[in-house]
Design a protein around this ligand. Sequence first.
Ligand SMILES: *Cc1c(COP(=O)(O)O)cnc(C)c1O
Length: 371
Amino acid sequence: MEVPFSDLHSQYLSLKEEIDKAISTVIEDSAFVRGRHVDEFEAGYASLVGADHCVSCANGTESLVIAMKALGIRPGDEVIVPAHTWISTAESVTNAGGKVVFADTDKNTFTICPRSVREKITSKTVGIIPVHLYGQPAEMDELLEISQKYSLWIIEDCAQAHLAKYKGEMVGSFGQAASYSFYPGKNLGAMGDAGAVTTNSGVLAEHMRRYSLHGGLKKGEHLIEGTNSRLDGIQAAILNVKMKKLAGWTSKRQDLARRYNWLLRETPRIDLPLVTKWSTHVWHLYVVKVPDRDRVRKELNERGIQTIINYPVSLPFLPAYSHLGHIYDDFPNAFHNQSRILSIPLYPELNAASQEYVAHSIDKVLSQTYN
Ligand SMILES: *Cc1c(COP(=O)(O)O)cnc(C)c1O
């Protein structure tokens, strides 16, 4: 049996008629960049996540830059980000003109560790970007307490956590702004790059929109220099179709995660994902920890099962950040986890037989003994 890591084609087939029609409507309308499909998307997405404003843009990485620019980041300002996340979270800080400061992540939840954040605060710190990694919310109460004590902003990186909740409240509602990616493989994915930033502040929304549109909301009115970061009409129209399915897809992901927990309950030498009691996890990724990870991955691959490592090298240890001079001991949890984590197939279209095959294969591989 072959089990791919994800199956975007099946998702397309399930919506083919609507998506094809949406795309041809945009072409007929010549509404290629911004336009009515984008307006509809912004209104619909804001209402879906319960935000007052949604500003769409070219991709998730840019949405982080736009939020930081609008919050007034200046050269030398320090922003604390988790050591273990996708590189966008960190590179956007540099791209916005700030200085990246890494904090360690929690050994069990993989989200940013508030204690480590406290240790990283200096007189130059201006903000924190917690990531709701793999679909599980970060520890927002402690982070909010820290942000209030030191007058820091918070931008929530929700790229992997559409519709996740922390203590019953939607993620994205805790910080000054929240960043979303609609990269095709995310829980809500376009058919190309797409992103958005949400906020409950009208003033901040206006600043973000202005920055993303060359610094001017009207032609000839460039108050500042901005950038060109806009959503395509075609991507917006596709997202308008898919958005209606997001809640249903999310509950499928949650059912599949529960089933993995059950199927793998007696598997030796595996750490199943830890879900905190305050989280409504949306399972962008189902990440286990196993010993001898690379061998396990290879044996699963030989059985036709595709897995991924998100992410094999924590950011401070990448060549891109070698100038910061970090050593493994600076981020012991991120370092411990990077050689053990393994993401196994979980997507709404995964059928029961395939899932059982994955779980059964993992159990077999881990039950063998090697000497
Ligand atoms: C996907 C992702 C982003 C942004 O991604 P884009 O590909 O630029 O849309 C940002 N942060 C995290 C944690 C992500 O997973």
